[in-house]
Design a protein around this ligand. Structure first.
Ligand code: GAR
Length: 209
């Protein structure tokens, strides 16, 4: 099953542009990893279509009875699928449900997320809209490890983008997503090369560019 490369399990609920960026970087040779499995809580999510189009195993997992998290049965199914696929790093790419407890214990310190703000500013939903409404002049994205809180885990890397006069939520989100598509593959690549160190909240080893 494995050629020794890091195996990624990618979870997403949306269109999948971050997944596509990571898959492209793998294909281009800048990320030494393999996407073992893509899972989504949304049956018609673009991310599943993109994965299937590239021949990557992709599955819908019914999330169960809650709106903001997976129920126990669904969480166990996700953990089982990721383990079966030999996943060494879980990459959240627009996954819109909170993962806690059992999931984080199963993949302790090995769950990465990208959030569309410069954390700790604007955690939660539609962070780009929060930044715009607040009147921020700088926005951006953050790659971090996932802990029990919401968007609170150790920060691995951040990329800033300006908020321009005349921006609306769509233009700002598009600019942030442009930054995400560069930053996320770069961080996953550094992780795969074993360059990133984590000591509590303190992380090191990722260098831009
Ligand atoms: C990304 O902008 C990501 O930062 C955001 O969802 C989008 C998914 O886009 N994630 C969150 O807001 C998580 N709190 P994609 O499906 O095109 O990768």
């Amino acid at each position: 099953m494995s050629d020794g490369r890091l195996r990624l399990g990618i979870l997403g609920s949306g269109k999948g542009s971050n997944f596509v960026a990571i898959a492209d970087a793998i294909r281009a040779g800048s990320v030494d990893a393999e996407v073992a499995l893509v899972l989504s809580d949304v049956s018609d999510a673009g991310i599943l279509g993109h994965a299937r189009a590239s021949g990557i195993p992709a599955r819908h997992v019914a999330p169960g009875r809650f709106r903001t998290k997976l129920d126990e049965e669904s969480e166990s199914a996700v953990i089982g699928s990721l383990r079966e696929a030999g996943v060494g790093l879980v990459v959240l790419a627009g996954f819109m449900r909170i993962l806690k407890g059992e999931f984080l214990r199963a993949f302790d310190g090995r769950v990465m997320n990208i959030h569309p703000s410069l954390l700790p500013a604007f955690p939660g939903l539609e962070a780009w809209r929060q930044a715009l409404d607040y009147g921020a002049k700088v926005a951006g994205c953050t790659v971090h490890l996932v802990d029990q809180g919401i968007d609170t885990g150790p920060i691995l890397a951040q990329r800033a983008v300006p908020v321009l006069d005349g921006d609306d939520a769509a233009t700002l989100h598009a600019r942030i997503q442009g930054a995400e598509r560069e930053l996320y593959p770069a961080v996953v690549g550094a992780w795969a090369r074993g360059e990133i160190r984590v000591r509590g909240r303190m992380t090191s080893g990722f260098r831009e560019g």
